[in-house]
Each structure stands twice: as C-alpha cells, then as structure tokens.
Design a protein around this ligand. Sequence first.
Ligand code: NAP
Ligand code: ZN
Length: 359
Amino acid sequence: MAKSPEEEHPQKAFGWAARDSSGVLSPFHFSRRENGEEDVTIKILYCGVCHSDLHIVKNDWGFTRFPVVPGHEIVGVVTKTGKNVKKFKVGDRVGVGVLVGSCKKCDSCQQDLENYCPQVIFTYNSLYHDGTITYGGYSDAVVVEECYVLRFPDNLPPDAGAPLLCAGITVYSPMKYYGMTEPGKHLGVAGLGGLGHVAVKFGKAFGLRVTVISTSPKKEDEAINRLGADAFLVSSDPAKMKVAMGTMDYIIDTVSAVHALAPLLGLLKLNGKLVTLGLPDKPLELPIFPLVLGRKLVGGSDVGGMKETQEMLDFCAEHGITADIELIRMENVNMAMERLAKSDVRYRFVIDVANSLSQ
Ligand code: NAP
Ligand code: ZN
C-alpha cells in the first residue's frame, strides 16, 4: 500500500494544502525527501500567491492531485547542502520557481529551456523521479536539486522579490523571445494583476510606451502614478477602445479567465504581436480575419528556463524591479485566494511563511 504523505520521506514537513476542489487550504503534515548529494534544503521565508495556485486548488484544469500544497514563488535560506553541491552554501539566500526537475537530455533541456522539457517536474502537483508528488512553497522547507535553485541577488528584497520567480520570468521571457523590447514601441498589458503589473515595469525598463488594458477602472490611478504606465484603457469602454485601435506594437495578455481576443487584436498595428500568458479553464476563440488582414501574430509562452530566470533576477536587481505586494500571514491565504478570484489584488499576495506557519 502507498505510504501516507507524512510517512513517505524521512524529513518531517508542514504546510497548508487544499484537500478538494473547494480550494480551501488548511494545515497539512507531510514529509520531504532526505537531502541528496546534489540537493539543497531550503528554509522557506516567503512565497508568492500566483493565480495558477488558485487554478490548481480549484482543479480548474482537471489534473490536480489532492491534497495539493501550492506555491512556486519561493525565497528562502539554504540550511543543508549535499556533498556535490557547488553553487550554494548554508546561509545563502535562494529562490525556487515553477520547476524542480527535467530530463536534462532532450532538445529543450540542451537549449536551457527546461520549462519546455516533456518530462518537466513542476514544484507542486507533479510526480518526482521517485514517484512521489511534489509539494510547493506554502510550507516550511523544500529539498531541491541544485541546478533548479536560483541565486537570489542581495539587493532584491526577499518578500517583494519572490513574485519575480514566476510572474517576473513569465513576462520577461516572451518579451525577449518575441522581440518586444525595442525602445519607443507601444506595449499593451491586458490584466493588471501579478503578471500584468510586472509586465508594466519591464516595459518601462525596456523603454517602451506602456498602456494597461483593464476591467477595473479603480486601478487606473495606481497604474499610472505608482507602476509607471503611460496610459490606462478600460476594456468595457467602447469609445476609448475605438480611439486606441491600431496603436499598439505588442500586447501581453495576462487575463486569467475566458475573454474576447478580438478587441485586443484590434488594438494592434500592422505586424503587431499578441502574446497570451493566461491559462483560463476553457479555450479562447481566435478570430482569424484581423490576424490575416493585419499580418498579426498570436503566440504563447510558459515561464522560462533556469538560465533565463537567473538573468531576469539579475536584471531586476540592476534595475530595481520588484513586485508591489500585500504581505499576508498563512492563516489569511484563503481570504487572499478569494480576493484573487475577484481581481482584487494589488498586485501580488506574498505569504510571510517563516513568521506565520505555526503548527
Ligand atoms: P491575477 O493576479 O489574478 O491577474 C489576472 C488579471 O486578469 C486580473 O487582475 C484582472 O485584471 C484580469 N481579469 C481577471 N478576470 C478577468 C475577466 N473575466 N475578464 C478580463 N480580465 C480579467 O493572475 P496572475 O497571477 O497574474 O496570472 C494570470 C494568468 O496567467 C493565470 O491564468 C495564471 O494561471 C497564468 N499564468 C501563466 C503562466 C505562464 O507561464 N504562461 C505563469 C503564471 C501564471 P484587471 O483587474 O486589470 O482587469
Ligand atoms: Zn505562477
């Protein structure tokens, strides 16, 4: 018979898990593997709350393995290193993002694109090499193979820097890959949540003109005065949307729910590019006429590889880019999830794990 999560590994662990698709999280005792020769053990300090965590606890995508401990924006301190570990020592501040394993042999892995490895192992809700389920960062500690651990730059704050490990790399990687970094070009950012607000900051750091496209008029003042956006469009305002038609070179679409792509495609200029990053539970409709008639491109992108994630963290350290966060205690995580579901987020919840995880 399979062992219980509490007995399958030698190290005791404690976190918060959702037991079913109600998505309600509650305290959960489980275990972590022994620290192997290539592994580091990390005491978790902070963990961001990504909308993917919400999709998973609600089983929106239909493949959640309950009980699930979410969390893939982890910042912590190394407490143990295996004898072959070279990059890290005890006391180092480190980050863990969306993935903790891959095959290391396929074309994607060879190109530092472990995130596209067909055998990628995600930080939670995946099967690890030993067949046990991975558990994420809403927990006291994690054991991770060294090559999936990131150096966390000294001058990045560990709480406001945590969301960079998913939200940050998820917007940085497509901006680089799709060539959306040419200074002076006009970027639209659809959805001003965790991913979206970091996209605004990268856009400004790359020298772009940035317009937020949002369903929440009350976010306008902050978008412009705090996050540095140049303009704000409320997507339900047809008159303003009409004026903005054909003015954007690129759009990053971070919307987490099913929505119409036609208005976004209409905002693009000839040869414009729309990159969709959101993962709604149902397919979106792709209108072909505006694509064909405007030689427009629609693409997707999934987080980023380890090398690029390190590059992104170093870029953020250099340019002073962090997330705008609401720091919460673990016992408030269900409230945070409820607010996230209502787009009531400014602009990432981060759990103060080490100071609030009591048994
Ligand atoms: P978030 O903080 O909840 O932000 C999403 C934003 O989308 C909301 O704040 C809201 O912005 C807008 N929105 C929500 N419902 C909407 C609706 N019905 N119509 C129009 N706009 C709506 O979420 P997040 O953490 O940024 O994640 C966004 C999506 O990206 C999620 O689906 C997540 O799973 C996915 N994701 C993908 C990757 C990847 O690698 N591709 C990585 C991480 C996350 P406004 O209030 O401004 O309208
Ligand atoms: Zn995420």
